[in-house]
Structure formats: structure tokens, C-alpha cells
Design a protein around this ligand. Structure first.
Ligand SMILES: O=C1O[C@H](COP(=O)(O)O)[C@@H](O)[C@H](O)[C@H]1O
Length: 306
């Protein structure tokens, strides 16, 4: 069993992971080195109360907030700032959403000053993963984003790229990849000069308590996909079983990734993800290393094991 997965299984004895529980904890996985810690004082009602942690080089910038509310305030500021910079430079701002708890953390973008100041006409919205269910199904990541966010902002309908829910998992993944290829050709989506894969402006990613990101689950072969842009699984350990997902080469070609994690139930995976450790079979979240910048938005609970 892989070391990171073994460590996480030991740390989460009451949560159902996809492999049997370990007999011991791999100590090396839990050696996080913090280079420095600095505190930013609260500067006003809309400012978030935050601590910033400097992690090992490739693990990005880590912001820890007192509350998920503070996290949401800062996330809105971050996304709006990137949107502004991108909109000044080009005609499209390509944003990739996750499902799950991430969507709720976008709620401050629906408030002033962002709702009126963001140039929503430039936004093009994609999903890093989607469950292969009808778009009106309660498990649909599209439906969640539509209800909580997309229906409340003036993003042109044609700029929202949901999966074709009439297709099989394999068909939907191929179809989505074809759509991305077309949009890269027409320059709506940038192309990474380094990898040739699409380079999204901003990926807003959640993480599961088992360290999964998108629909890339620990010890699943899909984690090692190197060629495809979008792939599918029919055996997801988290229901529903059929999903499509961006692959790691696409995720890691991004200009910016925000990893948004709240709640003590995810603290062990956060701890492992931010440790300076590499082994042959790491948790999917440990493999996130974008071409551009990686920013972590954590609440106190998620950061409680750092
Ligand atoms: O199934 C999924 O889970 C992850 C994590 O969800 P969360 O509710 O624990 O934040 C999510 O990022 C992914 O998009 C979704 O399909």
C-alpha cells in the first residue's frame, strides 16, 4: 500500500477509504516544514482574518483563515483580481469549477463590490470533473454550480460548458475533450507552451478527506493518465460511480490553482499534502503542481494538523 495513502488511512480510522486500514503510520509523511508564519491584521469589515504559511517550495502559498466566512471573502477578492488582470489582457477568462463544498465558498462573488465590478461577459466556465448523471440530477456538479452561483451572475449562457449528459461516461469525456480542443484552437482557452495542454486561467478546486481532487482518487490508475485531457471512471469510490475528470497534465498546466479546503475532517490530508515528501504513489492532491501559481485557502479546521 502506498505510503501517503497508508498514513491517511491511519489518520482517518472512521472514514471509509478504498483500501483496508493500515497497521502503522508512515512518520516521514507527516513531517511538515514551515519556513515562516506571518499574520495579517484585520483591516476592515470585508478583510479576512488570516495567517499565511510558507511551505516547501512547490507546495504554494497557504492562507489560513479563522472561519470559512473569512476564507470566502478572500477567495472572492482573489478570483476577482485574477479576472480583472486577465480581462485587461485578453477577451476570455477561463475558470474551472469543482463540485462539492467549493461552490458554496464562491458566494461572496455574488455580493458587492464583485457582482457589479467583475466583467462576467469574459468568463468561460468549465468543470474539472463531473458526475455522469442528467443535468437536473441532485448529484450533478453543473446543477449545484447553477443553483448556487451561475444562475446569479450574468455569464453568457454560451460560455458555460456543461457535459453532454446524453452520453456514456467514455463518450462524455471524449466529447468534453473535443470541446476543449476546439476552444483552444479558437484561442478562447490558452495553450501551455511548456506542455501543449490547455492552460486555464483559474482552477477552483476542492479536495476530499481522502486527498482526492477532481475525480482522481487515491491509488486509482486514472491518476497516472499522461495523454488524455479528459478521462472517465466507472468505479469511483465516492458515489456516483460514473464520472469524467480532467487529467493531471491538464490540471497542472493551469495558470493558477486555488485549492479550497474547509473543515477538520480534511486536516490529515492537508497535512500530508503540504509535507515535503515524495514517494512513488502519492495522494492525488500531492501531485498538484501547476505551471503557474498554487494558492491554498484553508479554514482553521482544515489547517489544524499543520
Ligand atoms: O466528488 C467530488 O468531491 C470533491 C470534494 O468535494 P467536497 O464536497 O469534499 O469539497 C470535489 O472537489 C469534486 O469536484 C466532486 O466531484
Amino acid at each position: 500500500m502506498a505510503a501517503s495513502f497508508r498514513a491517511l488511512s491511519a489518520a482517518l480510522p472512521n472514514q471509509s477509504l478504498t483500501r483496508s486500514p493500515p497497521r502503522f503510520l508512515a512518520a516521514s509523511c507527516l513531517s511538515l516544514r514551515l519556513n515562516s508564519v506571518s499574520y495579517t491584521p484585520r483591516r476592515g469589515a470585508t478583510r479576512a482574518s488570516m495567517a499565511e504559511i510558507v511551505t516547501p517550495k512547490s507546495r504554494g502559498k497557504v492562507k489560513v483563515f479563522d472561519t470559512e466566512e473569512d476564507l470566502a471573502v478572500s477567495l472572492a477578492e482573489y478570483a476577482a483580481d485574477l479576472s480583472k488582470k486577465s480581462s485587461q489582457r485578453k477577451d476570455s477568462f477561463t475558470v474551472v469549477l469543482s463540485g462539492g463544498s467549493l461552490v458554496k465558498s464562491l458566494r461572496k462573488l455574488l455580493e458587492q463590490p464583485y457582482i457589479d465590478s467583475v466583467d462576467w461577459s469574459k468568463w468561460h466556465v468549465f468543470w474539472v470533473d463531473e458526475r455522469v448523471v442528467p443535468k437536473d440530477h441532485p448529484d450533478s456538479n453543473y446543477l449545484l454550480a447553477y443553483n448556487e452561483f451561475l444562475s446569479k451572475v450574468p455569464i453568457p449562457t454560451g460560455n458555460v460548458y456543461a457535459i453532454n449528459d446524453a452520453l456514456s461516461a467514455e463518450g462524455a469525456a471524449d466529447d468534453y475533450e473535443t470541446c476543449l480542443k476546439h476552444l483552444m484552437k479558437t484561442k478562447t482557452i490558452d495553450q501551455s507552451e511548456r506542455t501543449g495542454f490547455p492552460k486555464f486561467d483559474l482552477m477552483l478546486m476542492g479536495m476530499g478527506p481522502d486527498g482526492h481532487i477532481a475525480s482522481l482518487f487515491p491509488e486509482h490508475p486514472l491518476v497516472h493518465e499522461k495523454e488524455k485531457w479528459v478521462s472517465f471512471i466507472t468505479d469511483s469510490p465516492k458515489p456516483p460511480p460514473e464520472r469524467i475528470s480532467f487529467t493531471l497534465p491538464v490540471i497542472n498546466s493551469s495558470a493558477s490553482i486555488a485549492l479550497v479546503v474547509a473543515g477538520a475532517g480534511k486536516a490529515n490530508a492537508v497535512h500530508i499534502a503540504l509535507s515535503d515528501v515524495s514517494n512513488s504513489d502519492m495522494l492525488p492532491v500531492q501531485l498538484v503542481a501547476p505551471e503557474g501559481e498554487l494558492s491554498w485557502f484553508l479554514d482553521k479546521g482544515a489547517a489544524s494538523k499543520l
